[in-house]
Design a protein around this ligand. Structure first.
Ligand code: 4NP
Length: 160
């Protein structure tokens, strides 16, 4: 299999709710678009509290109900090498974006909000961790729309 041509890292605070959801949804949509082998996807958290753990059970369950299997994912923390390896490093909210920019150094990666490529009313994916089940459904709806917008952008970067 050829090397991926683009690398995308999706980042939230804990890497157990929002960025794993975005990870699973983006991988699913890339496969549907015939781009599975051309774009590498990973996710990470700015924090280290949940490193090594699977996604939050509420996120796993909400994702499963929409057809996404997040169970193989394990949390990891953003590291310095990410800023050399990834072309796009995309934050779920403005706080994550500020933290990423502080770590970025001279990175040539495109560091932005994940929802900045689509047409969602929100520009940030709200943190569902301390809320009810409906927050996890909202995360999935937002990252589905965000992934569509991001894929349209990635297609512009990929040679036909
Ligand atoms: P995430 O959600 O950033 O979407 O993974 C959170 C997960 C854990 C915590 C906060 C947000 N926490 O405070 O432990």
């Amino acid at each position: 299999m050829a090397e991926p041509e683009l690398r995308v890292l999706l980042v939230c605070l804990g890497n157990i709710c929002r960025s794993p959801a975005a990870h699973g949804v983006l991988v699913h949509q890339l496969a549907q678009a015939g781009l599975a082998g051309r774009v590498a996807v990973d996710s990470a958290g700015t924090g280290d509290w949940h490193v090594g753990r699977p996604p939050d059970p509420r996120m796993l369950s909400a994702a499963q109900q929409r057809g996404y299997d997040l169970s193989p994912l394990r949390a990891r923390q953003v590291c310095a090498a990410d800023f050399d390896e990834y072309d796009y490093i995309l934050a779920m909210d403005n706080s994550n974006l500020v933290d990423l920019r502080a770590l970025a150094g001279a990175s040539r990666a495109h560091i932005a909000l994940f929802l900045s490529f689509g047409d969602t009313a929100l520009r940030e994916v709200p943190d569902p961790y301390y809320g009810g089940d409906e927050g996890f459904v909202e995360v999935l709806e937002l990252v589905e729309a965000g992934s569509r917008g991001l894929i349209a952008r990635l297609k512009q970067d990929l040679p036909a």
